[in-house]
Design a protein around this ligand. Structure first.
Ligand SMILES: [Zn+2]
Length: 318
């Protein structure tokens, strides 16, 4: 974004100076300051939207807590949901062209491009890549690529970029009244997270024939609010389960001691994953008052929880 392409500052100055940028795939964050009055501005663009913010208040040279909270908890959730809708439409269109390309060169449908024979690859890519010529792919109906953001904080002036005519950028000023009326949709990250864990917990309930109600606890690993951990009890033992980078961590605390024979056999001997009874990495203690084990797939998570769940249930006297 060139400074001359931006809207004027709130005092009518047209003298933005660039002040650093972070660019990534589908991500653009550029800082500017007004050379005449010193106001700071921020241009942000992601797959789900874009905006230019003029900030009347800063905390030193940092964003105020209110604004950074709004950016992370409101704007990004809103954009993620919009981007997920956009991706759905685009994926469907791309699949059609992918299938056409597979048919045209005579490989099974859904063949990944790196498995297409070399002599057929050029034609495959020509046909498969034609979706970029489809206007519906660029601007799907019913999806606003520059939506009005919800709940804009006070003290922030906001413009969204609605497109461009040649060199002229078409900025739309956003009023606080209209942004107040926009609702924040459910975060797609949270929706996926909840679906994953409810399926796992439902399986455990059914297979073990027990009831438990998982209670949300903060994600102790990355602190990502949209992916909380869950705590629940099986028998007398307390379980905490949640994502940790690419694995799901299972933590068990047991006052009376948890028998580890079964879980050790699977997690340590067969799978060789992170396994720590009583805080000892790859320990072989037969009884644990605390245990941590990491599952790499949903199937493994269910398997470990089943073993640990069974080991936590009181043994019935016959
Ligand atoms: Zn100014």
């Amino acid at each position: 974004m060139l400074p001359e392409q931006l809207p004027t500052c709130i005092f009518g100055h047209k003298n933005w100076r660039p002040g650093g940028a972070q660019l990534g795939p589908g991500y653009d964050q550029e800082w500017f300051s007004c050379h005449d009055c010193g106001l700071t501005a921020l241009y942000l663009s992601e797959d789900g939207g874009n905006l230019f913010l003029i900030l009347q208040q800063l905390d030193g040279d940092q964003l105020t807590k209110e604004i950074s909270t709004w950016l992370n908890d409101t704007l990004r959730v809103f954009w993620r949901a919009n981007a997920a809708e956009l991706k759905k439409v685009r994926d469907a269109i791309e699949t059609v062209y992918w299938d056409r390309a597979c048919e045209a060169v005579g490989v099974p449908l859904k063949t990944p491009w790196h498995k297409v024979p070399k002599d057929k690859l050029k034609r495959f890519q020509e046909i498969g890549g034609k979706y970029t010529e489809i206007s519906e792919w660029h601007k799907p109906r019913g999806i606003d690529l520059s939506p009005i953001p919800p709940k804009l904080p006070v003290g922030v002036t906001c413009f969204i970029l609605k497109g461009r005519d040649g060199d002229r950028f078409n900025w739309k000023w956003v009023s606080h009244e209209e942004t107040a009326q926009i609702e924040v949709p459910p975060d797609p990250v949270r929706v996926r997270h909840d679906a994953y864990f409810s399926e796992v917990f439902e399986t455990i309930r059914k297979e073990l024939g027990i009831e438990f109600v998982p209670e949300e606890v903060p994600n102790c690993y990355c602190g990502f609010k949209a992916q909380p951990w869950f705590q629940f009890k099986i028998g007398e033992n307390t379980f905490v389960v949640g994502p940790r980078k690419r694995v799901v961590a299972i933590l068990v605390a047991s006052q009376s001691g948890l028998a580890t024979d079964e879980i050790r056999k699977v997690a340590l001997d067969e799978d060789n994953v992170t396994y720590s009874p009583n805080g000892k990495w790859h320990g072989t203690d037969a009884v644990a008052s605390t245990l941590e084990v990491h599952a790499w797939t949903k199937e493994k998570l269910i398997q470990y929880l089943m073993i640990l769940g069974k080991a936590s249930l009181p043994v019935l006297a016959i």
